[in-house]
Design a binder for this molecule. Structure first.
Ligand code: HEC
Length: 145
């Protein structure tokens, strides 16, 4: 099909080949982007009485601490320890014990806030049961348990 016929200028064929090559690269590029998408979150079991140290901090450590730590605390918020988390950020607390609906942190992971894309920032949301565990823990008083 792309055989060079006598009489036809080589440059014309070269254009076709180049265009086809570019298209292939473009498609390969898109496919590559697909592969780069983060894997779906590993889900966990819902716990009626989640413990901060066993069930909540591990979620923050895995998905949040890289942007909310002592050296790099986006919006002034640290999520590396219970005490630091309860201090909240520059606009105040992010957790209201007993009131998940008023807790900015929970509204962020549930993607209920209009202000940002939700947390983790520009990444795949947390798994449903992880969010449920954070919610149960806040509802039960957000204890350091
Ligand atoms: C890639 C970096 C990054 C990750 C990961 C990340 N955050 Fe954030 N976070 C930000 C930035 C940037 C802001 C400030 C911008 C904004 O509010 O949209 C922020 C702000 C916040 C706020 C304050 C939002 C508000 O409306 O006041 C909360 C709460 C929060 N993050 C919680 C979390 C939690 C919980 C996780 C993990 C599930 C997490 N973040 C993961 C970057 C990150």
């Amino acid at each position: 099909m792309f055989r060079i016929r006598p009489g036809k200028p080589y440059t014309l064929h070269f254009c076709w080949v180049a265009a086809l090559g570019m298209l292939t690269l473009l498609l390969a590029g898109c496919q590559h982007l697909d592969i780069e998408q983060p894997a779906p979150r590993r889900d966990t079991a819902v716990k009626q009485s989640p413990s901060y140290s066993q069930d909540i901090q591990p979620i923050f450590t895995e998905y949040c601490v890289k942007c909310h730590n002592p050296r790099d605390a986006h919006k002034g918020l640290r999520l590396d320890t219970y005490q630091a988390m309860m201090r909240g950020h520059k606009d105040g607390p992010v957790i209201v014990p007993g009131r998940p609906e008023d807790s900015i942190l929970l509204r962020n992971v549930k993607r209920e806030t209009a202000a940002s894309s939700g947390m983790p920032f520009h990444q795949e949301p947390l798994a449903r049961n992880q969010v449920q565990n954070i919610e149960n823990w806040v509802r039960q008083g957000a204890l350091d348990n």
